[in-house]
Design a protein around this ligand. Sequence first.
Ligand SMILES: *Cc1c(COP(=O)(O)O)cnc(C)c1O
Length: 395
Amino acid sequence: MGTKTSDIEPPRLGEPYLLTPGPLTTSYAVKEAMLRDWGSWDNEFREMTHKMRTQLLALLGPGKSEYDCVPIQGSGSYCVEAMLGSFVPKDGKVLVLANGAYGLRAAQTMECLGRAYKLLNKGDYLPPRGDEVAAILAEDPAITHVLIIHCETSSGILNPVEEIADVVHAAGRKVLIDSMSAFGAVPLDVERTKYTAMVSSANKCIEGVPGFGFVIARTDELEAAKGNSHSLSLDVYAQWAAMEKTGQWRFTPPTHVVAAFLVALDAHEKEGSVAGRGARYARNRDVMVEGMRDLGFETLLADRWLSPIIVTFFCPASPAFDFHKFYELMRDRGFIIYPGKLTVVDSFRIGCIGQMDEHVMRKVVAAAAQALAEMGVNDASPPQAALDERKKLAA
Ligand SMILES: *Cc1c(COP(=O)(O)O)cnc(C)c1O
């Protein structure tokens, strides 16, 4: 097992690397898989759907027998909405644990669904911890489910899912996980953390193209979800029941995206599955973070919380630094970076996922060094306010 860096080749079509957490840089083989058409009714496509569901479940390891996989058309947010609307009964109540944009989006989704929820908002990046979740659950017996964001992609923090799930289960409540940007690269043992359902999508760590997401849920919870959904198209139970019966998606499936995803799944397996993929991403992060720190950049998060998915850096304090200029200069060198999402201080993000290895990450750092030089920034260290902000995390 482990990383086979030789399998990573530069984008053949000359496009820039996407240092973004999905859509991300995919292999040529993944793109090439989309060069033909499939009939959604045809047996060949039904077999493709079946194979995909089976391969995704296989990533759960030995605990998989109690789970099933239900793909849903749309982007990741459609799946989050489908999960919340399908597994939370109309009289249920969700504790949404937020420390960034995706947690807040889940709370907004509950608002749209018109179902009860409580929001624990930790701000831009502080992790929700087990003891505070336990206290809220003890105080509010109406809460039936807790939604945890696995990797909060807006800061790149890897939240302590197991710690939180343990207290949720101890309190007799159910766990829902948005593992969108972590599934396939960060292990989550279903024998230990028996979640009710989790969601991810095609264009994150499995390295497919965008177009659908998938729910992985306990089969007994899928059965119990009948009649819960507010929506026709986002009803996970109905999609599952129809797929079990006919092998088909209920409505037009993203056929080409599924074909590409199957190629991506095979590559994921060849790389050593979750461990192999996670090792390459962790190496990408380590090489990139070390290089950026050598240039004077500082990460928002201490090493303990840094995910192997995406890293937030503070913008330098130097008045010569301008993010838009930096973005353009990085783009000129073949790298698309991502603006930050912090509310308090200026930041930007660099993703570690997609068809990239440590050699690419070294080039990213070299490009950043050139961009700084061209802007006339000779010190990339952040303003004091950023460092003060970061101190809060040390607690
Ligand atoms: C990508 C992502 C989503 C879904 O975003 P879409 O733009 O709808 O694909 C949800 N949660 C997290 C944590 C994500 O990283």
